[in-house]
Design a protein around this ligand. Structure first.
Ligand SMILES: N[C@@H](CCC(=O)N[C@@H](CS)C(=O)NCC(=O)O)C(=O)O
Length: 337
């Protein structure tokens, strides 16, 4: 992590724990919002007007938080006006790095080797982990925001004047219900899998596992229509999807979330495939980055060996013979093909 702008090596996520061995996630520190007219958003300062080509999104394809923002960018059809830079899938001793791995990019703005160098461009005295996603303002050369929940929400409305869309991921009439459902999903599922994986006590692991499977059971019974709120896709579905799509391939093995697989939940499996088949979503799901990235987390898997089942899962995410023609589908964790 960075301490007063200097990189401190060999920090591992398991080191961020409370007295019971529970993994603690860092709170994001850049919280400005892009808005249609540049007025300040719910947090931070103003000055970030929606303009085509002005901003850049730094992401990791392994990362569920970054993937939320990537899916919103696709579904809101913002690809042409909001470019992205993809980091390599493995977290090095210096955090996220740029370039070299298939599907990853060099840093086009600073020629940085590591993401922490982008953070010190934003704040030469920054202290904290250099996380993704990062939303960068290429006009003022400052970091706008590094909190995916904010970015997901601002992409829903900020660029409406430039690229109008009928899709509302956070519609007014569902706002309260979305906020209410997001809270346990974040705590017990999205972050719950990390709390299981990075637990440093049996008690913390057991607690995380209970939360994860209680939440999956709850979602399985809640799902009546196509999406969690009936026939309308919302940001809550995106938040759930990014964890579901990584679950059987990575969390089940590496994070020991192995009581059940998503493949064992019929409604959740169908729901995950439904979202995977929305236009553009498949482009945000790179199973190679996901399995390679997670299974190279040294603290959990020192030798970086990838279980075979995850490869079959990766192939299954591609176009193949079964299912509905032209649709993406998940086969589950068979070792075939
Ligand atoms: N609250 C942040 C969390 C982002 C986050 O933790 N990202 C992870 C990757 S999935 C990261 O960049 N970790 C870098 C590190 O641990 O050094 C958000 O949702 O945007």
């Amino acid at each position: 992590m960075l301490v007063s702008g200097k990189w401190v090596e060999n920090w591992q996520p398991v080191q961020n724990a409370d007295e019971h061995g529970r993994f603690l996630r860092q709170v994001s520190s850049f919280r400005n919002w892009i808005t249609p007219d540049g007025r300040a958003g719910p947090t931070g300062t103003g000055g970030f007007k929606a303009e085509a080509g002005r901003y850049r999104l730094y992401v990791a394809l392994i990362c569920p938080w970054a993937s939320r923002t990537l899916i919103a960018r696709k579904l809101k059809r913002l690809e042409d006006i909001l470019p992205i830079t993809v980091v390599n899938p493995t977290l090095t001793d210096q955090g996220w790095s740029f370039g070299g791995y298939p599907g990853a990019d060099d840093d086009p703005l600073f020629g940085a080797s590591y993401m922490h160098q982008v953070y010190t461009q934003a704040d030469p005295n920054f202290t904290g982990r250099a996380t993704v996603p990062v939303l960068w303002d290429m006009k003022q050369n400052v970091m706008v925001n590094n909190e995916s929940a904010d970015i997901l929400r601002m992409l829903d409305t900020a660029f409406e004047g430039l690229v109008p869309s009928d899709l509302r991921l956070y519609p007014d009439d569902l706002a309260d219900q979305i906020d209410t459902l997001n809270a346990p999903i974040y705590d017990k599922l999205n972050n719950g899998v990390y709390r299981a994986g990075f637990a440093s006590s049996q008690e913390a692991y057991d607690e995380a596992i209970t939360g994860i499977f209680d939440t999956l059971d709850m979602l399985e019974s809640l799902l009546q229509g196509d999406y969690l709120f009936g026939d309308r896709l919302t940001e809550t579905d995106i938040r759930v999807f990014v964890t579901l799509i990584r679950f059987d391939a990575a969390y089940h093995g590496l994070f020991k979330t192995n009581r059940l697989r998503i493949a064992d939940y019929p409604k959740l499996s169908a729901y995950m495939e439904r979202i995977l088949n929305l236009p553009g979503v498949i482009d945000t799901v790179n199973m190679d980055h996901i399995t390679h990235g997670y299974y190279s987390i040294k603290a959990l898997n020192p030798l970086g060996i990838r279980p075979t089942g995850t490869w079959a899962y990766r192939k299954a995410a591609g176009r193949s013979a079964g299912g509905v023609k032209g649709q993406w589908f998940i086969v589950g964790d068979t070792n075939e093909g």
